[in-house]
Write a protein that binds this ligand. Structure first.
Ligand SMILES: Nc1ncnc2c1ncn2[C@@H]1O[C@H](COP(=O)(O)OP(=O)(O)OP(=O)(O)O)[C@@H](O)[C@H]1O
Ligand SMILES: [Mg+2]
Length: 368
């Protein structure tokens, strides 16, 4: 018995993935077993009302206490946390720079970044990563992935995690965490495709494009589940809470070719949300067009939807039809090879599968 305990403790993961969203706080641990990767712990807890707004933790003390409670409840002994910041201030861009080494790039990226980030470089955490050492037909220039986030946002996350009694291993940008699950689990043929990972949370949506498992571009827009809820609240004169409930219970996206008649309330709900849907499609299309112009006509082959709003009924089919690209819901549990999640029935696990994509990507950081 002691021998097995020892074996188990040796393979116990040391990293805790922590995704502090405006709707829910998610926590995960992933371990390597002989059968592949496995979700060892997963916890999803509603974020205290108004404690997180637009990617910033407004009420640090309450969120820290919530995390502390989650750690205790789930009997987690490790302390090292990988978390992420998200939202519109995140900048991830592919840029062209003269050929140089990674070290030279580390020294010069701040000056270059000035043109691309809408806040002062002095107030930002910035990094550059060489994507292509040379451009086709241009051996003087290289391609760099520029990543930036406001220092204040990162500090805010760091402070909250420390207040909860944990240690910070890394604070990443949300779009960087998502492709990791695919990189670790997908077959080579799938990775060869140009894949867009679209994470639709509550406050924002990140549209990321990955090719050969490498992140090439990402943009975060201020449209998310809350935009639909606000449209319903306004259009039907309801409180945000009532509109949110109605959205989850009754709303679905109407697909034109579905001839089956729907109840007048469902039709009214759909019409109320239509402007948000159109805006979402327009923004995704903009990202795809930008990608196509940058990569000489390469287009997106497949879209994976994640985030809580991926559960919105028929949204996948609607986006597929409007964008002319095959859309699937991202199935991170299934991708990890074992859809069983400790503490959740299969139905409950399926309910939270897309919303858990980011936290699982964070928890995978040490497995690369
Ligand atoms: N069945 C459903 N139909 C429609 N929307 C849903 C459904 N289930 C959850 N959502 C929406 O998903 C959103 C929450 O998703 P998620 O957990 O990814 O957000 P978050 O990470 O807390 O937020 P953010 O990252 O934007 O701060 C909410 O807007 C919620 O209304
Ligand atoms: Mg989120």
């Amino acid at each position: 018995m002691a021998f097995f305990q020892k074996l188990f403790s040796q393979s116990a993961p040391s990293i805790i993935g922590l995704d502090i969203g405006s709707t829910s706080i998610k926590l995960a641990q992933i371990g390597k077993t002989s059968g592949g990767l496995k979700v060892l712990k997963l916890a999803v807890q509603q974020t205290p009302s108004l404690a997180v707004k637009d990617g910033t933790i407004v009420d640090q003390a309450t969120v820290a206490q919530e995390i502390k409670d989650l750690i205790k409840k789930h009997n987690i002994s490790s302390k090292q946390v990988v978390s992420a910041v998200s939202g519109q201030p995140i900048v991830i861009r592919t840029i062209t720079m003269p050929v140089m080494t990674q070290k030279e790039l580390d020294n010069s990226i701040r000056y270059e970044a000035e043109r691309y980030i809408p806040y002062s470089v002095a107030e930002a955490n910035i990094s550059g990563h060489i994507l292509r050492k040379q451009l086709p037909g241009d051996d003087k220039n290289m391609e760099v992935l520029l990543m930036a986030a406001p220092k204040e946002m990162i500090n805010n996350h760091q402070e909250t995690i420390i207040q909860s009694g944990l240690q910070v291993e890394a604070i990443e940008l949300e779009p960087v965490a998502l492709p990791r699950i695919m990189g670790l689990t997908s077959k080579t043929e799938e990775l060869r495709q140009t894949i867009s990972l679209i994470n639709i949370g509550a406050g924002s949506t990140s549209i990321t494009i990955v090719k050969d498992g490498v992140l090439r571009n990402s943009r975060t827009i201020a449209i998310g589940g809350n935009s639909f809820t606000k449209a319903i609240a306004q259009g039907m004169n309801l409180s945000f809470e009532d509109a949110e409930k109605l959205k989850k219970e009754k709303a679905s996206v109407r697909i034109e070719k579905d001839a089956t008649p729907v109840a007048p309330t469902v039709m009214r709900l759909f019409n109320t949300m239509l402007p948000v849907l159109i805006e979402l499609v327009t923004e995704i299309q903009r990202s795809f067009d930008f990608y196509r112009s940058r990569y000489r006509g390469e287009s997106v082959d497949l879209i994976y939807l994640s985030g809580g709003t991926a559960k919105f009924k028929n949204l996948d089919r609607y986006l597929g039809g409007e964008l002319g690209v095959h859309v699937e819901l991202l199935r991170p549990f299934q991708k990890l090879g074992d859809s069983r999640v400790p503490g959740f029935t299969p139905e409950e696990a399926s309910e939270i599968e897309q919303a858990s994509a980011v936290v699982l990507g964070l928890a995978c950081r040490h497995l690369n």
